[in-house]
Ligand binder design. Structure first.
Ligand SMILES: [Zn+2]
Length: 486
């Protein structure tokens, strides 16, 4: 959870439907062919401009001037040699551990800090950059737009016992993750081709773009669906793409002096030295059944055996059977009464009772309400605490079907009534993991070298993956490697 407002849909569906209803004939910048274009360039740019602030608000930008300068420089250089050099491109780093990169229409390109941690040289980065710029220049139409946030799904779906919610509660992060932008297989292949073309044109060896698909493939092999990174779920079949991209790289290098192409491993690794890796505890973490939020300075207990998902816009908790849920968000409302009223209106809630109470020195409005689900005929009952704390209003919902409400109300109360100020400095100062770049002093297998850096055995595989190597690979003295440290 970050200090931001409860999620809205990332792209305005209304706008999108409107734009899609306008059909014009235009020349595709990449193919040079005339085609039916659903939107004009101005509309495309408008879509990007409208959605960009929402993405930035939702995920936050990762502040790192060196990396930002590098991405801008390479991005602008590539934009100039692309099929659409006249667009105003913007390149941003999102503060998310998920491995992803994506583009919005009109020239907005995003990399997560998670994907930057997984690249091992500039050439891999340049290949993915080219792929994303390719989606923009070839005007690929986005087939799937948005997923609503979990909160909306839960409320609109109306029933927490639904399979949808259960899946979300279990699969956690992945569902909340980045977008969402899914292109067709042909569009993906074309973007791969453009990635090879563009990254070669700015001087990089595109074989490394293929190598990165291998890293993605290893990631897929070793992870459960639960932690499957989004780049994989929106970009199918990396094994197949490895072959194809490699063949394209071979092809394109026949006509040029390939010895001049760059990889730039060391310069890239130096840039990501110190990069935050994985979840950032400052944005909230769970320890011994307590949720701590250091930057917003609050904590609360989580019921035993409930699972927690912390996203930029909310914290969700649910038992494994998915029969109840608690959701903590922030509201924009000016006061407790307004927050209650807006929530009731937004989700069509029938208020059963409400009262103001004082809790751990905070003003709280407690409300019980019902939401009828016309489709299933069932009613969801919701206990909500609107909590005024540090000039913010938190909304803490506990929901379940009406018949089960009495069963779950003690758990809801136990959690919500212990929402309190976080003062324990050891919890406030919890440090994130970071990528540390180390120069290997003695040759050996990656495994033996990692052992010499005291890497835990349960994190060996992860280290091999982020280094793009196997544990058995021989590493020469003087090689730079990534080690995860605090
Ligand atoms: Zn793509």
């Amino acid at each position: 959870m970050k200090k931001l407002i409860i999620g809205r849909p990332i792209l305005s569906l209304g706008l999108l439907v409107f734009l899609l209803s306008i059909v014009a004939c235009a020349v595709n910048p990449v193919t040079g062919k005339k085609e039916l274009s659903f939107i004009s360039e101005e509309q495309e740019i408008a879509m990007g401009k409208q959605s960009d602030p929402q993405i930035v608000q939702m995920y936050g930008l990762y502040e790192n001037q060196t990396l930002q300068n590098f991405i801008n420089a390479k991005g602008q250089e590539m934009a100039k040699i692309s099929h659409r050099p006249n667009l105003q491109y913007e390149f941003k780093i999102l503060d998310s551990p998920v491995v992803n990169a994506f583009a919005l229409p009109g020239g907005f390109i995003y990399f997560t800090r998670g994907i930057l941690a997984h690249f091992n040289n500039e050439a891999e980065f340049a290949g993915v950059l080219g792929h994303e710029i390719g989606h923009v220049t070839a005007r690929h139409s986005v087939q799937q737009q948005t997923k609503a946030t979990l909160g909306q799904v839960v409320f609109i779906g109306g029933l927490i016992v639904s399979p949808t919610f259960r899946a979300m509660a279990q699969e956690g992060q992945q569902f909340m993750q980045l977008l969402f932008l899914k292109y067709g297989r042909d569009d993906e292949s074309q973007s791969d081709e453009l990635g090879v073309q563009y990254s070669t044109a700015i001087g990089y060896d595109a074989h490394h773009m293929a190598n990165f698909f291998n890293t993605l493939n290893d990631m897929r092999a070793g992870t459960s669906a639960e932690s499957l990174p989004t780049f994989l779920s929106t970009h199918p079949d990396p094994a197949d793409r490895y072959q194809k991209v490699n063949a394209m790289a071979n092809d394109i290098q026949k006509d040029i002096d390939a010895s001049k192409l760059q990889v730039n491993r060391e310069s890239y690794l130096r840039m990501i030295d110190g990069l935050i890796y994985g979840e950032d505890p400052q944005q909230g973490y769970v320890e011994n059944s307590t949720f701590y939020h250091p930057s917003m300075r609050f904590q609360f207990p989580i019921p035993q055996n409930w699972q927690t998902v912390n996203t930029p816009s909310q914290v969700q908790m649910a038992p494994k059977d998915g029969k109840a849920a608690m959701i903590l968000t922030l509201t924009e409302a000016a006061n407790l009464q307004a927050a209650a009223q807006q929530t009731a209106e937004q989700y069509s809630l029938t208020v059963v009772e409400q009262k103001e109470i004082s809790l751990n020195g905070m003003n709280v409005l407690a409300m019980v309400s019902d939401q009828a689900n016309e489709q299933s005929g069932q009613t969801v009952r919701i206990l909500t605490y609107f909590i005024s704390y540090n000039n913010m209003i938190f909304t803490f919902h506990g929901l379940t079907d009406k018949a089960s409400f009495d069963t779950y109300v003690p758990s809801f109360n136990q959690t919500m009534r212990h929402f309190t100020r976080l003062t324990d400095q050891s919890k406030i100062n919890k440090k994130p993991d970071r990528i540390s770049i180390q120069k290997v002093s003695r040759a050996g297998t990656l495994q033996s070298i990692l052992q010499s850096y005291r890497v835990n055995s349960d994190r060996m595989r992860e280290h091999a993956l982020i280094n793009g190597m196997d544990l058995k690979d021989q590493v020469a003295a003087g090689t730079m490697i990534k080690v995860i440290t605090q």
